[in-house]
Every structure is written in structure tokens, then in C-alpha cells.
Design a protein around this ligand. Structure first.
Ligand code: GLY
Ligand code: MN
Ligand code: MN
Length: 435
């Protein structure tokens, strides 16, 4: 894997020209008092280094004579490590992570200028770590103050995101292997969830069983807070309380995925808790399923990114008209977004090191064109949120639809010939979900 991190750095450096890029490790987040959340490395930092510790800075200086890749890290300190765990340390940062030079993080202010003074710009993402932003700005100001004497130095700070995130958007075979593993564990968890869900059981029982599988199979844990939403809870898009007792004749919406080796899966399934769809549930479910199948069919190299969303919107709008939930001419309803009270989110997002992964969807007016190696979710839904007020020209909502929430979500890889559904192992056809 170190060879791949090196290759990524070289690929990025080839695009930096005479710039120097600086990456900051993720900050530690406080859970409460002096207890912190489990550390998770910043995804950009991890993508370029594989280095998994806090309080670190990575510098890429392609124009530097000796050191193109420099790491600032926490030094080895026995008394600290006994509390907070093993540190790689300065020496090993070179040996294990391939840094041309490594320094203790405390020396950053002193050592950093040599990597900046001949650069024509600094590539840096002004992030959430305000104190660190200030540090970088301070270095920049100092270099600009002495610029007239040297006639060289960084005259701009540029966000590294657009360059780096275009790279992250296209997954390598090694990344895909991790994504397949994350998907496979999540598939197993969803299939087990369907086995144990039953009237009388609590949503958290299903959550616990799924998250048990995530860890048991070597995953890092949930990729995002698991959503286990029965009945009308399914109409709350980010419902995470998961504390309700499930009832017969209800649907259960589960949106849960595992993180494995820093890569994420993101799957949603909706099925009847008691193994039987009511006619209303089935009618809405079939619309969402058809929208999802047709949307997935649009995931092809060369297709514009928005096409699969537009396809889902059309199927959903047509379905709502057919059921009499909205009325009017389909094209006009789409144009006026009359589907939105029932389908208020987009049909997908990039997936990778981040669940809502980096990378643009749109270049100004032109959509991104799908290309092999990209991974995205396809996740249409329908939510008849109780108390929805239809527009003036729309019918009142028949109470028999009220409180039904459905989403179906798969993770789809764009291949050179079409696509591959990485999460196809979880059933979603109506006949597969019934008793
Ligand atoms: N689970 C988050 C999402 O579906 O985007
Ligand atoms: Mn999801
Ligand atoms: Mn998603």
C-alpha cells in the first residue's frame, strides 16, 4: 500500500508545479469533559500518506531539492504513549511512511519556511482548525514581507481540493477492494437485519445486530449513524434515535453501512416488519423500486451525472400521478417540482473515503460526465410526511398514504462497459421481501 500512497503523492505533485501543498491531520473532537471521540484521520491526509495519527502535518514540495515529502509528527514519548497509545515517531515516519524528511511537530514553525520560500503558491485548504489556519497565514505573511528582497515566494494560497478531489473521485483497484469489503460486510448486516426484524422488537435491536456484524467482520464500525426507522419514523430522513418498538403492518427503513479500511458503504432497504405489504405500502414501494432500477440503468460511462436523478424524478412523478397523490401534466409537475414534498433529496452522491465523498457534480453549467472508477449511491425515496400540505392546485392527501416512508439505496461503480452494483446482495424485489 505504501507504493500506492507514494504514487498518489507523485501524481498530485505533478500538478502542483512550483507550489507547496500542506495537509493537516484531523483534529481530536471532544465527546464530553476530557473524553475524546475515537480519532479518525482526515480523508485527504490519509489518502496521501496512510498516516493515522493526530497532530501531524504533511508537506509536498515538488520543487525542493532534497525533500519532496515531509512529515511533521508527534515524537515518541513513553509517558504519553502509555496513556494515548503508540506513536510512530520521527524516525519511523521516514522508514514506514516514506517521508524524505520528518520532524517533531513542535519544530514546524522553524522548519516549514524552507519548503515555502521558493514556492510560487501554497496549496492549503482553510479548514475547521482555525488555529492552524492562522499559523499558515502567519507564515505566508512573513514570506510576503520579505518577498521584495528575494523576488520569490508564494504570492497566493490556493485550495488543494479541486486538484486532489478530482483524483479521489476515481477509485484505484486497491481502493475498490476496500469498498467491496465494506459493501460485503454491510450486505451481510442488512440480510441479518431482515432476519431479526419482527413486530414487538425494538429498532435498536436491529441496529445493535448490524453494528455487531460491522465490527465482528473487521470493519471500523458504522460509516455514519445508523438509521433504523419503523412506521412514520421513516419519513425523518436522518432519524437516529432508533428506540421505537416495531409494529405489524409497518415498514422498516434501514439506512446503515460499514466503514472498512477507511472506505464506506451506504445501503438503504425498506421492507414490511411483519412480512406483508399493505396495498398502499406496496404501491409506493413499487414506484421507488422502479425509480431506482431505472436510475441505476443510467449509470454508464459518458452519461452526465444528473441523468440518473432526472430519471428517478420522472418515474416518481409519474407514479404519484398514477396513484392520484398529485395531479397534472408530468412535465409541468417536474418543472414546478411538485414531487418535492414527497421526494426532497437528491438521488445520490459520490461515495468513498467520505460517505458524501469529495468531487464536483457540476462544472458550472455542465454536469460532470461519469467515468469508470467513480462510485456513487443511487437512493430514490418517497416520504408521505404526516401533515403534508399539498399545494393550492393539488388534492388533499388521502390519510391511507400518510406516514409511509421508503428509500432504496445501492452503491454503484461506474465500469468501462456500464456499471456494477456493489451492494446487490441485499434483496429488494417485492417478492423477495414478503413472507
Ligand atoms: N446515509 C447517508 C446517505 O444516505 O446519504
Ligand atoms: Mn444512506
Ligand atoms: Mn447515501
Amino acid at each position: 500500500m505504501q507504493a500506492e500512497y507514494r504514487q498518489r503523492r507523485q501524481q498530485l505533485m505533478a500538478k502542483l508545479g512550483n507550489g507547496t501543498a500542506i495537509f493537516r491531520s484531523a483534529p481530536m473532537a471532544v465527546m464530553h469533559n476530557d473524553v475524546e471521540y475515537t480519532f479518525r484521520q482526515d480523508s485527504d491526509f490519509f489518502y496521501l500518506t496512510g498516516f493515522n495519527e493526530p497532530e501531524a502535518v504533511a508537506v509536498l514540495a515538488p520543487h525542493h531539492q532534497e525533500h519532496q515529502f515531509v512529515l511533521f509528527v508527534q515524537p515518541k514519548e513513553r509517558d504519553k504513549e502509555v496513556w494515548t497509545g503508540y506513536r510512530c515517531g520521527v524516525e519511523k515516519a521516514k522508514e514506514i511512511f516514506g517521508a524524505d524528511e520528518a520532524y517533531p511537530i513542535a519544530e514546524m514553525d522553524e522548519k516549514l519556511p524552507q519548503y515555502l520560500e521558493k514556492a510560487d503558491r501554497i496549496y492549503y485548504h482553510l479548514g475547521r482548525d482555525r488555529a492552524f489556519n492562522e499559523t499558515i497565514l502567519k507564515h505566508w505573511q512573513r514570506l510576503m514581507a520579505t518577498y521584495p528582497k528575494r523576488g520569490t515566494g508564494p504570492i497566493a494560497i490556493e485550495d488543494s481540493g479541486p486538484i486532489l478531489h478530482a483524483m479521489r473521485q476515481v477509485k484505484s483497484p486497491a481502493e475498490l477492494e476496500l469498498m467491496r469489503k465494506a459493501a460485503a460486510i454491510s450486505v451481510e448486516a442488512h440480510n441479518q437485519a431482515r432476519e431479526i426484524a419482527a413486530p414487538g422488537r425494538y429498532e435498536y435491536e436491529v441496529q445493535a445486530e448490524m453494528e455487531r456484524i460491522f465490527r465482528l467482520q473487521g470493519g471500523m464500525g458504522p460509516a455514519y449513524p445508523s438509521i433504523v426507522a419503523s412506521g412514520s419514523n421513516a419519513c425523518v430522513l436522518h432519524y437516529i434515535e432508533n428506540n421505537r418498538q416495531m409494529q405489524d403492518n409497518e415498514l422498516l427503513l434501514i439506512d446503515a453501512g460499514c466503514a472498512y479500511g477507511y472506505y464506506n458503504a451506504d445501503i438503504t432497504r425498506t421492507f414490511p416488519v411483519g412480512g406483508k405489504f399493505t396495498p398502499e405500502q406496496k404501491a409506493l414501494y413499487e414506484i421507488v423500486l422502479e425509480a431506482q432500477l431505472q436510475a441505476i440503468a443510467q449509470v454508464q460511462p459518458g452519461n452526465p451525472y444528473n441523468q440518473f436523478h432526472d430519471t428517478a424524478v420522472r418515474v416518481i412523478t409519474e407514479g404519484l400521478v398514477e396513484l392520484g397523490i398529485i395531479k397534472g401534466e408530468v412535465d409541468k409537475l417536474i418543472e414546478e417540482e411538485k414531487y418535492k414534498p414527497f421526494y426532497m433529496h437528491r438521488t445520490g452522491h459520490w461515495l468513498g473515503l467520505d460517505v458524501h465523498d469529495v468531487g464536483v457534480y457540476q462544472h458550472g453549467e455542465s454536469p460532470q460526465i461519469l467515468q469508470p472508477g467513480q462510485v456513487l449511491t443511487v437512493e430514490p425515496g418517497l416520504y408521505i410526511v404526516p401533515d403534508t400540505k399539498p399545494g393550492e392546485d393539488q388534492p388533499e392527501i388521502d390519510p391511507r398514504w400518510s406516514g409511509i416512508g421508503i428509500r432504496i439505496e445501492d452503491d454503484v461503480l461506474v465500469t468501462s462497459t456500464g456499471h456494477e452494483v456493489l451492494t446487490a446482495g441485499v434483496p429488494k424485489l417485492v417478492e423477495e421481501l414478503k413472507d
